[in-house]
Ligand binder design. Structure first.
Ligand code: SF4
Length: 344
């Protein structure tokens, strides 16, 4: 596997903006390539490069504010391709593309896909360019294939771990989804949000994985956590401090609902929401966090309920005497504020 950062785009940004110092950040899997890019930029243009080393999981993890803190001129956010090219005051998004081929794994998928006729395709940033060839290959084998339309943040067929708004509208017109790439995180999310049979096509191991079991396990655990939280009297409502997932309005709305139903609320703000960070708050019996929903839905390490926004909505429904409903079946589990940071 070779993941390539779009160096030519970086060179254009440097030549047009002539920065002295830049800040970069990238997900863990792209740190090696990012450091190589830093060395190239330094050698070619004499630009100082600072790597922002905090966790970077998604497009929400931009470091626009750090540009001023570090007296830099601009930031490069690597590897979360989107229709948006610039966000905030200083940040440029730089694509990274994986050159792995899907032909073999698509051929391996034919037997498992045989019971279905209409297939929806989805993938994440690094494999977007594979949607067209995979679609053509499936169509040559008799499938009817649909790729969901892009929007103001995401490209055609693209999903984030919290945002399935390209695929959600086509779910009724397909029998199953194929998610291209090795990421259980994305594939489980797609299965949960659309409630459709979903297969992950892993091109590295040439494996085709039915996500049914993993999705059902996450769904049951998400419901159980809501019911556990129902018994709590003291809640911590956490607003995330990451730039692209600050949901203060949502935190306030949830706090108000909890208080209306007799719960005590402690409002918190955290950059990283981990079991260690929550441990000192012993008086709190359950948390709601309005940052990344995957912290709650994939989090296995918390000793108390930690609800995401969809789970908090389900909790409020129960408190108001309504049905809990299929709260994970929605196009977005969070409204990423990175979309609102779009440059003029
Ligand atoms: S909030 Fe969304 S984009 Fe950000 S890390 Fe979580 S799943 Fe990814």
């Amino acid at each position: 596997m070779t993941v390539r950062i779009d160096e030519a785009h970086v060179f254009r940004i440097i030549e047009e903006n002539r920065p002295k110092t830049i800040v970069l950040n990238a997900p863990g899997g792209l740190l090696k390539q990012t450091k190589e890019l830093m060395a190239t930029v330094k050698e070619r243009y004499g630009v100082n490069c600072i790597l922002a080393g905090d966790s970077c999981f998604g497009i929400c993890d931009t470091v626009d504010n750090d540009v001023e803190t570090l007296q830099a001129d601009l930031a490069l956010h690597i590897g979360h391709n989107a229709t948006v090219r610039e966000v905030g005051r200083h940040t440029f998004l730089v694509d990274a593309v994986d050159d792995v081929d899907f032909d073999e794994v698509v051929d391996s998928a034919m037997a498992k896909l045989a019971p279905f006729r209409k297939i929806g395709l989805a993938t994440f940033s690094q494999h977007l360019h594979q949607l067209a060839p995979v679609k053509a290959r499936l169509e040559r084998n008799g499938f009817e294939v649909t790729v969901g339309k892009g929007n103001n943040l995401m490209m055609e067929g693209q999903i984030f771990g919290c945002d399935f708004s390209t695929t959600f509208p086509i779910r009724d017109g397909v029998d199953a989804f194929c998610m291209l790439g090795e990421s259980e995180f994305h594939a489980v999310g797609l299965a949960l949000a659309t409630d459709k049979p979903t297969f992950m096509l892993d091109p590295y191991l040439n494996e085709v994985i039915d996500m049914k079991e993993a999705a059902e396990e996450r769904r049951k655990r998400a419901i159980l956590t809501v019911y556990k939280a129902l018994d709590a009297r003291v809640f911590g409502v956490i607003t995330g401090l990451k730039e692209g997932q600050k949901m203060l309005g949502r935190s306030r709305w949830i706090s108000k609902r909890l208080e209306m139903h007799g719960r005590e609320v402690v409002e918190l703000a955290l950059r990283d929401i981990t079991a260690e960070r929550l441990a000192p708050h012993r008086e709190i019996q359950a948390f709601v966090q309005t940052a990344c929903p995957r912290i709650s839905i994939d989090g296995f390490t918390f000793d108390r309920p930690v609800l995401s926004i969809p789970q908090a909505d389900a909790l409020v429904a129960l408190l108001e005497g309504r049905e809990i409903g299929e709260f994970l079946q929605r196009p977005k589990w969070i409204e990423l504020t990175v979309g609102l940071m779009k440059k003029k």
